[in-house]
Design a protein around this ligand. Structure first.
Ligand code: PHB
Length: 403
């Protein structure tokens, strides 16, 4: 028998509380109708994160960032009570998409948020488009994500923003030959492409391009190839949480002693795990939009409050993506008095504010973030490892949008 395909966004029955049922029954007896919206002041946000599995640290940091913003600024905005519905997608795109559908249809969320990895954001984009729900990408960093739906706004960063700045720095700092080693999925491929293009334009040479799998990577055979190629430096990208294995194996295999430097997209020396990487990581130069060591009053207050609320954890760029993303949503709810959909999306576009990362702007045209990119060097300060900022490139737009 032929089964009709289920529409992606089937209309479900609205859940009615026992109290409201009693009220409704009374109202029907008395012969008048209840105003439909007046009772529901909740503004629901569906926060979809990898809370378990290999990218659980991303989910933990993001959720902590979102909750800190709400703790500091209140969960009331525009007369509506902000209610977070947090769901674990385990880092699997099919799960993310199913959860996004359920949140929109059953829970009636007015914003979808989170998205710890690029494939998770791409999987959910059609749900945002079809249901006309604003979707705030707080972590994923492949350039083209914002083009996957006109309902997407990004509060994280883009990989091309940071690796082009690194390619400029490398060329000015006597690095002539590199081997590129990236994780084999969209942001890794963006890293390889944008770094290589800029570095070769600057007169550098990319001797080899290597790609390691996203799941359970074994770096050993790749690092052997790096060693055999005798580059001045290894250029690398791996997603947040994975850098420890790479940096430890790099040192264990003696590549540092062989005179090979490491230059990297900043996720590699992610603040969440940097302290556990050991002295082999000292001197590594990276480019990124956020360091917990960023020297500003706003950031000092942020780091202090974050560490107080989450003992033993140092905030990384994922926490800041969550904190700033929650700011963008909170302000939009406030200025539209809780109207969802198009009005909310319009109020997110063009926001400009000081983030713990520095100045930040949501470009209304691209719905993408414009912010400073920092060149950083890993240093030991007061016994701990930090990404110390050594150069600032101001107000960087995503090069992927400049086509
Ligand atoms: C991504 O999947 O877009 C991504 C995830 C983690 C990172 C950077 C990019 O650190």
């Amino acid at each position: 028998m032929w089964n009709a395909p289920r529409p992606i966004l089937a209309v479900s029955s609205v859940r009615v509380s026992a109290a409201r049922r009693r009220l409704l029954a009374g109202a029907v007896c008395l012969g008048f109708a209840l105003p439909s919206m007046a009772q529901d002041t909740a503004f629901r946000i569906g926060l979809i994160l990898p809370m378990t599995g290999p990218f659980a640290s991303t989910g933990k940091q993001l959720e902590a960032g979102v909750r800190l913003y709400l703790a500091q600024n209140g969960d009331m905005a525009g007369g509506r009570k902000i209610t977070l519905i947090v769901k674990d997608d385990t880092g699997a795109p099919d799960v993310t998409k199913r959860i996004a559908q359920e949140l929109v249809v059953n829970d009636k969320v007015q914003v979808l948020a989170g998205f710890g990895l690029t494939p998770l954001a791409f999987a959910s984009a059609p749900v945002a488009t079809q249901s006309k729900t604003p979707m705030v990408v707080m972590a994923a960093a492949t350039s083209s994500i914002t083009e996957a739906s006109p309902w997407i706004v990004r509060s994280s960063f883009t990989v091309p923003q940071v690796v082009t700045a690194l390619a400029d720095w490398a060329a000015k700092n006597n690095i002539r030959k590199v081997v590129s080693l990236v994780t084999d999925y969209a942001p890794g491929i963006d890293s390889e492409k944008y770094f290589s293009q800029r570095f070769t334009t600057n007169g550098g040479q990319v001797l080899e391009t290597l790609r390691v799998p996203l799941r359970s990577p074994d770096f050993a055979p790749f690092l052997q190839k790096v060693r055999d190629a005798h580059p001045d430096a290894l250029f690398t990208f791996v997603p947040a949480g994975v850098g420890t294995a790479l940096m430890k194996q790099f040192a264990e295999r003696g590549l540092d002693k062989a005179g090979i430097r490491v230059i990297a997209e900043g996720s590699v020396t992610d603040d969440d795990i940097l302290n556990g990487m050991g002295d082999g990581v000292l001197g590594t130069v990276t480019a990124h939009h956020y360091s917990a060591a960023h020297d500003s009053a706003v950031n000092r207050r942020f780091v202090q409050a974050f560490m107080k609320a989450n003992p033993g954890m140092r905030p990384n760029f994922m926490a800041v993506g969550g904190y700033d993303g929650m700011r963008v949503i909170h302000e939009a709810i406030k200025s539209t008095r809780g109207a969802g959909g198009e009005a909310l999306l319009a109020a997110m576009k063009g926001q400009i504010f000081e983030s713990p990362r520095g100045p930040m702007f949501i470009d209304a045209q691209t719905r993408d973030v414009v912010h400073n990119v920092y060149i950083r060097r890993v240093e030991r300060v007061k016994g701990e490892l930090w990404n110390t900022e050594i150069e600032t490139i101001a107000d960087v737009k995503d090069p992927g949008k400049a086509r």
